[in-house]
Design a protein around this ligand. Structure first.
Ligand code: B12
Ligand code: SF4
Ligand code: SF4
Length: 356
């Protein structure tokens, strides 16, 4: 056992395998602090290259299964040192989002009905980072802001398991959680062999927690989960700027996101609602009509949608998805007036001409 002095404080450090010294004093205090923020789904894993994922990611590229939201540069996806050279530990937290009133609007996925999750999760991450920095260590935090595999990191941290729908499940809140991470140069966890990690990765593919269930695979409207080609995922299509004819027909009535593979999952039954009031459905979204969306001006978009994560691709993408949702309703299509907006007029004319 060793004692180290940092910024006038003394820390108890212990030696474990591979000569890593864990700062147990900081770790214990950090656990208490994190739980005082109401975050009970969290964990630690060593900061290392996730070499075991390399082949898996390369095979996705070879099969052309990469969505436009994933980086082709595999190194950026498996190497946390790319973002923090001196990283020693990655902390993963899960922030629950499902609130009772998220059921109001079925065309917007639950995850995008309250305040933008990047803002809320970063709020927690920043508090934890400040706490760690007080002990003299450095931190970098992220939530959906770089290419590291957040679900896999959460799984390694023991935050939960991965289901056949690819989602990370916590015991308390099911899969309705956002993930956030902190890379720090403080040593807060054990180190393991590459063989250990190879096995950990292989274990995901057994889907032990799912057992014989295949509900998500059966109920997915676009049959995404057999091959795991997320290009066809409704959530992907509602966020994609350019859609081909098949894709237009596969939006399944959604304006943003898709929840089916989570809603049909037995592991999401009887889970706790989120304590985070900022994820309550925004008032304006509760009773919004398709007409209100297609006719919204910049001011309405800025005052209302800008707070939500579904605004990130701009207002015309939401309008386009509403047009597609109503493509069979000739009166709705006829009533549309987009002046000089070529993109939206393209969709209007496309469906109008089909009906005439
Ligand atoms: C690109 C992306 C998408 C794309 C592609 C999704 C996908 N599954 O790949 C689209 C736009 C479709 C999408 C949709 C959604 N997304 Co998204 N998305 C991401 C993003 C930016 C990257 C994900 C990625 O790298 N995918 C590539 C695959 C290969 O990696 P992976 O999903 O991490 O899968 C790992 C494990 O699941 C495991 N695995 C999975 N299957 C198998 C099978 C075998 C045999 C083995 C061995 C391993 C294995 O291997 C992978 C190794 O990392 C992450 C943020 C991030 N940086 O991680 C958010 C993220 C995954 N998304 C998130 C959310 C909330 C969603 C939606 C629920 C939103 C919605 N309601 O519409 C849906 C869910 C769709 C689904 N069933 O996965 C959350 C997930 C939270 C959670 N509890 O899991 C994340 C983590 C963002 C966050 N910070 O909270 N998303
Ligand atoms: S989010 Fe929807 S489309 Fe995507 S995999 Fe799940 S059920 Fe299928
Ligand atoms: S629906 Fe069934 S197969 Fe899919 S993730 Fe849930 S338990 Fe697993």
């Amino acid at each position: 056992m060793k004692f180290l002095s940092l910024k006038g404080c003394s820390f108890k450090l212990i030696f474990i395998g591979k000569n890593i010294m864990i700062n147990l004093n900081l770790k214990n205090k950090l656990i208490k602090f994190t739980e005082s923020l109401n975050i009970f789904c969290y964990g630690f894993t060593e900061c290392r290259r996730f070499i075991e994922l390399k082949q898996y990611f390369n095979s996705k590229i070879d099969k052309l299964y990469l969505t436009e939201f994933e980086d082709k540069d595999v190194e950026k996806r498996i190497n946390p040192f790319f973002y923090f050279e001196d990283g020693k530990t990655i902390i993963s937290i899960a922030v629950p989002y499902f609130r009772k009133d998220n059921e109001y609007n079925k065309c917007f996925s639950k995850y995008t009905q309250g305040l933008d999750y990047h803002y809320v999760v970063n709020d927690y991450l920043n508090k934890i980072c400040d706490f760690i920095r007080n002990f003299g260590y450095e931190c970098k935090s992220f939530c959906d802001t770089n290419n590291l595999p957040e679900r896999y990191i959460a799984y390694l941290c023991g935050v939960g398991h991965i289901g056949r729908n690819s989602l990370l499940y916590t015991k308390k809140y099911g899969s309705y959680v956002f993930l956030g991470e902190i890379i720090t140069n403080a040593n807060l966890c054990d180190s393991f062999s590459q063989e250990y990690y190879d096995n950990k990765f292989k274990e995901i593919g057994v889907f032990e927690h799912c057992g014989k269930c295949r509900n998500c695979m059966k109920k997915c409207p676009n049959d995404v989960l057999v091959e795991k080609n997320f290009n066809k995922c409704v959530s992907n299509l509602t966020q994609k700027k350019v859609l081909d004819s098949d894709e237009i027909n596969n939006l399944n009535g959604m304006i943003f996101g898709c929840d089916i593979c989570q809603d049909v999952c037995p592991k999401n039954r009887n889970v706790e609602y989120s304590f985070e009031e900022r994820f309550n459905t925004e008032e304006f979204l509760k009773n919004i009509k398709d007409n209100d969306i297609v006719n919204m001006n910049n001011k309405f978009f800025k005052d209302n949608f800008k707070k939500l994560s579904c605004s990130w691709r701009g207002k015309n993408l939401l309008k386009r998805n509403v047009i597609i949702k109503n493509k069979e309703d000739i009166n709705f299509i006829k009533s549309l007036n987009f002046d000089n907006n070529e993109h939206l007029n393209y969709y209007k004319n496309r469906f109008f001409n089909k009906k005439n």
